[in-house]
Design a protein around this ligand. Sequence first.
Ligand SMILES: [Zn+2]
Ligand SMILES: [Zn+2]
Length: 311
Amino acid sequence: MNQNLRIRETKDHGRYCVAVRKLPKKTEIITGHPYSFGITRMASRKTCAWSLENFETPLQEGCPHCKEVWYENKSARMKGFRWHHLECKTFQAIHKTNYNASYKLLFKTIARAIILKALESGLNPKSSGIPVSKSQQAWLEEEAMPVWLSPEVTWKSFEGLVSNKEALSKRQYGERLKLAEKILKMLAPAVVEFAFKGIPDPMDYLAECICRYECNCFGYFNPKTGNQIGSAIIPEISFINHSCAPNAKVTYYYIGGAITVEATSDIPREGEVNISYCDERKGRKTRQEYLFKYYHFHCQCPKCQSQAKGK
Ligand SMILES: [Zn+2]
Ligand SMILES: [Zn+2]
């Protein structure tokens, strides 16, 4: 993976990450770049969708159609349009749904991932067939794509992550199928055409992607309120498993930006590296329920096992 980590796989323990060498406390173990991410409507008001820089005061240059993306200046808005026009109608539709903020983050992040898949499959953003006005047509000529697009992470790296689909009941999987159907309706036809070329059952395929998102996504949180303000798919660090007694934690500087995993205690060579997907200060039952609901697994970390025995 990198100079600090290796992926191991055993029948009992599944896939996990171990330290290649001793990693002293505070070591920056690995940095992962999002394949795709979503930002809440409120947080996007102070985040430049082009540079991802955060601002103290609300930005003034936004997309007038969806009001979901904002830019630090007009030039950033023009450059950003070449990407944004692919998602604008979808974002408008997502905003109009009755789903709560975390579902809207799921929709936005998955929609962006599907748009990226369509681009990887040959969709040309300059001639996608998505209607734009005459003045906007010139904006499509702007050369660059947003800074957050990372060439190292591709759809394949997202597709390689576990979905834990088999842990869900028929009814629970049925709920994901419904979400998939909703997303398919909200995406631009050109995006759907390219992204699902050769896929016999797009709805089922997308439902599994939703499961994959659910058990692998990372959250961005407001440091003051603790509220979630964004979520991201970061395949490079998704192989780091959860433990309720972790030896590493994640940090980031920008919403939607790269996430770094840092050692919170000394990790010996060959020791498993773990981060926590939940609030590990909560009781065992609360943690177990949370982890199953959101990540579809039953935690069997040493802390959960010893607390189960102690009961
Ligand atoms: Zn828009
Ligand atoms: Zn646990």
